[in-house]
Write a protein that binds this ligand. Structure first.
Ligand code: FNR
Length: 363
């Protein structure tokens, strides 16, 4: 049953990617062009630091799969792509392994193919502390992702219906494992109050996992006999909305959900993300163009991120948070409703020029 569900998720997610690559709220974030802001490509460092961790690039392959023979092959290929490009990678939820330990290989292949890479194990918020430890041990994981997915569970015919224990359980997991815990949504977003609550539980990274890419309300609705949850397909907040909502939080933020291209990565970094993850796009490339196609795509994305940072005058991912961005459309309306001031985002370079003038710093 669970192995079949994992295969269904892959099939339905890839169908979604093939059918829809249109507008999402990342398009409501644009940069002010400054013609003389450019720097030399050789000035760029893509390294990103957060929660005591350093990654060479601010891009990772986000959680997807494992638990069936087909998804074990996908995990092998994703691990090869991660190894060849140096990007961190997460496995999909390891609950199939807890239910059937004979599926362990479909997850541990991530470490076997990528012995030196940064690997994130993945569990749901009902996993016991012991299961979280087992997941970390199996992958010799460098971090643990815990996923939050109330809407997916709600629409999933066989899904959970009880969510009250999730917060306390995350606190127990944080206290009981010896790697950093990153909590992620699966495509409906994390609000500021969710991020703050996670911070209080000791979570080091909140991966906002916003709306606009892979849509698990639609995927699970497609698995229901009556398909009677169509009206939930627009639920949740986009990744840029979540990043703006949680600006200034003490928890490091990752951006994911609907990331389509290198510009979405740069937009995310400019809105304060420490790193940016993609799932559906990479899965589609892997299935359509093979592992070499995925490696080529990741290399191109990294190359283009460097190119865009060079034109924007940002030497590091953190420098992008000083670039001027305009917020428009539905994202602007979200900000107005939430009392988020967007004017200062559009004038950040002027503010930093004024600071330099008063302190006498040269640019
Ligand atoms: C996912 N995602 C996911 N997330 C998670 O934490 N555990 C999981 O087991 C899965 N499973 C899964 C399967 C498939 C086929 C896909 C495409 C995705 C969710 C994923 O990590 C991410 O949050 C969402 O897909 C949104 O990002 P994209 O796809 O829009 O880049």
């Amino acid at each position: 049953m669970i192995a079949q569900r994992k295969d269904d998720h892959v099939r339905l997610a890839v169908e979604q990617q093939r059918a829809h690559r249109g507008h999402n709220e990342f398009d409501d974030v644009s940069f002010i062009h400054h013609a003389l802001a450019g720097i030399d490509r050789t000035d760029i460092s893509l390294a990103t630091c957060f929660a005591g961790v350093e990654w060479p690039v601010p891009l990772y392959i986000n959680a997807m799969t494992g638990g069936s023979p087909m998804t074990g092959v996908i995990n092998r290929d994703l691990a090869i792509a991660a190894r060849e490009t140096g990007v961190p990678i997460a496995t999909g939820s390891m609950s199939p392994y807890f239910k059937d330990p004979s599926s362990s290989d479909t997850f541990s292949v991530l470490r076997r193919e990528n012995p030196d890479g940064f690997i994130m194990a993945n569990v749901n918020a009902t996993a016991s502390v012991e299961q979280a430890r087992q997941a970390i041990r199996l992958l010799q994981a460098d971090a643990l992702q815990v996923h939050l997915n109330t809407i997916q569970e709600t629409v999933m015919p066989e899904g959970d219906r009880s969510f009250a224990s999730w917060g306390p359980r995350i606190g127990e997991i944080v206290a009981g494992v010896d790697v950093p815990v990153f909590v992620k949504e699966v495509g409906f977003g994390l609000s500021r109050s969710s991020v703050e609550a996670l911070g209080k539980l000791g979570v080091r990274v909140a991966d906002v996992g916003g709306r606009g890419g892979t849509n698990f309300a639609r995927i699970e609705n497609g698995r229901r006999e009556l398909a009677d949850f169509t009206y939930l397909e627009g639920w949740g907040q986009s990744a840029p909305a979540c990043l703006l909502d949680s600006q200034g939080s003490s928890v490091s933020l990752f951006s994911s959900g609907g990331v389509r291209n290198p510009l979405d990565i740069v937009r995310s970094l400019a809105l304060g993300a420490a790193a940016v993850g993609a799932s559906g796009q990479f899965l589609r490339t892997l299935l359509d163009d093979g592992v070499d196609g995925l490696i080529a795509q990741i290399c191109t994305w990294i190359d283009h991120v460097e190119a865009l940072m060079t034109a924007l005058g940002a030497r590091t991912p953190a420098d992008l948070t000083r670039c001027d961005v305009l917020i428009s459309g539905a994202l602007h309306s979200f900000c107005s409703n939430r009392g988020i001031e967007t004017g200062q985002l559009a004038t950040r370079s002027i503010a930093s020029l004024n600071t330099r003038k008063t302190t006498g710093d040269t640019p």
